[in-house]
Structure formats: C-alpha cells, structure tokens
Design a protein around this ligand. Structure first.
Ligand code: SAH
Length: 260
C-alpha cells in the first residue's frame, strides 16, 4: 500500500446518464485506488475505474442506510491516511443535497487533502433531458431548488410554500414521499390550483418517466402512475414549454430520431 500523499476526490456523477459525467470526473475515476459510491450513481460509471480499484457501496435508500454518514467519513479519512487516492462518488453534484460539504469539512478538520469535482445536478440534468427549461424568456426569470426531506420526521413543508411565491420555477428534490403535504402547502400559500407541475422519475436514464399534471391533481397523478424515488417535482409555467416542444416534435419525427 502507498504510504504518503493519499487524498480524497469528492466527485459528482451527474444525474444518471453516464454520458453526463464531466471529463474531469472521468479522468479522476480512471486513476482511483478506491471508490466509495452512493445509491444514485449509475453503476456503469464504475466500469471506467481500473479493474483492481476497490468499489464500496455506501448507498442510503430513504430509511435504509448501508453505511451511516459518520462511518462514510471515517472510511474516507482512513483510506486517504493509508496513502490511497479515494474517490467519493455521489449522484448529481456532490454539494447539492448531497452532504458533500459535511464530508469536505470532516476531511479538512483532519488535515486530509481533498478536491471537489462538480457534477450536473439533477434539477438541471433531468429538467433539460425532460425538455423543461427552468428559465424561459417571458415565462420564468428565476428558479429555486429545495428539498422536501427534513431532519425531523414529519416536519412541515412551510419553506416550500414561502419559496414558491418568490420564484417562477420551483424544483423539489426528495418530494415523492411528501406529495400530499407539498400540494396542500403550495395551494395554501397562494399557488394557483391549475399551475402546471411535472414529475420526472429517473431523469436522463433509460428508465426515465415524465408525468405532467396540475398542482390540484398532483397527488392523484403520482398515485396513478406509481411514481417512485428518485424523482423531482418541477412546479411552474415552464412545464408548458415541454408540452409545446412535444407537440412540435410530432411534426418532425424523422429528423429528431437521426439526432438521437
Ligand atoms: N446531489 C444530487 C441530489 C441528491 S438528493 C443532485 O445534485 O442531483 C437525491 C434526490 O435527488 C432524489 O430523491 C431526487 O429527488 C433527486 N434526483 C437525483 N437523481 C435524479 C434523477 N435522475 N431523476 C430525478 N430525480 C433525481
């Protein structure tokens, strides 16, 4: 085992499609001695690592943790201190609802060298793949991202309501298990019941599903379609741009297929 100059690369793996990995992330994965990866990382990406590189799953499905956050941080420190190049691979961007900041702090506090390699966060990656522009001239000049997951179990969704009234497009991460509360909060805060909403499940992957609804029908739509994690909820008029693009696409199918 190498004895000195171990370090940790905290790397974003992008929203799901392995092709959306950055070149910098790819080059880093190719050199890694050991990779600790999360549940939302597309496992195809692990195929870019050297055959002898160790791959350790640290996934956290809602409610089921393969490894606690503290244990993950301990392992990062331990492997880097042993002289290894450690890649901590996380879905999307490591600093967007990814606890990458906590990991960087833990490493810095122990004097372990680290770098952060950004990734395409799912709001951007899944949104664009689903043909939903988060901003659109004349329709939306702002967007915000928020998580519905709260530290305390059953915490309310008041922040979502407040934020929704300040921005044109709202992207909600980790909302699938809180859809009823989100719908109620948004309507109570003043969002119109006919505001368009899209749910993107497994965005940018081959299993991607996109369903469109009004805010009023959101819970019903999610239930009928049996929406599961990981999924994003996009609230705002920009969802209509997707509808228009889909309508126009039907008029040029042959050319669009050539590009795909
Ligand atoms: N760091 C990640 C977010 C991790 S939190 C990022 O930057 O994207 C996990 C949540 O992200 C999921 O519950 C879901 O809301 C969202 N998410 C991640 N990948 C997704 C995908 N491919 N499609 C839809 N939502 C996704």
């Amino acid at each position: 085992m190498k004895k000195s100059s171990g370090y940790v690369s905290i790397v974003g793996a992008g929203p799901g499609d392995p092709e959306l990995l950055t070149l910098k992330a790819l080059r880093c994965i190719e050199k890694a001695d050991i990779i600790l990866y999360d549940r939302l990382v597309n496992e195809e990406i692990l195929g870019y690592a050297r055959p002898e590189a160790r791959r350790i799953y640290c996934g956290k499905a809602p409610g089921v943790h393969a490894m606690t956050q503290q244990k993950i941080q301990q392992k990062l420190i331990e492997y880097a201190a042993a002289g290894l190049h450690v890649v901590r691979l996380k879905g999307g961007d490591p600093f967007v609802f990814g606890r990458g900041g906590e990991e960087a702090l833990a490493l810095a506090e122990r004097g372990i060298a680290y770098e952060v390699i950004p990734g395409v966060t799912s709001a951007i990656g899944a949104g664009s793949s689903a043909l939903i522009p988060l901003t659109h001239r004349g329709t939306a000049v702002s967007f915000a991202c928020i998580t519905a997951s709260r530290k305390e179990e059953g915490g309310d969704q008041q922040e979502i309501g407040k934020l929704a009234m300040c921005v044109d497009t709202l992207v909600i991460y980790m909302g699938v298990n809180h859809i009823s509360a989100i719908r109620t909060e948004l309507i109570t805060s003043g969002k119109r019941a006919d505001t368009p909403v899209a749910i993107i499940e497994r965005g940018s992957t081959e299993q991607e599903r996109i369903v469109v609804s009004t805010l009023d029908q959101l819970e019903e739509t999610a239930r009928i379609n049996a929406i599961e994690n990981p999924a994003l909820i996009i609230v705002g008029e920009v969802v209509k741009v997707r509808e228009e693009l889909m309508r126009l696409q039907q008029q040029l199918p042959a050319r669009m297929e050539q590009i795909g």
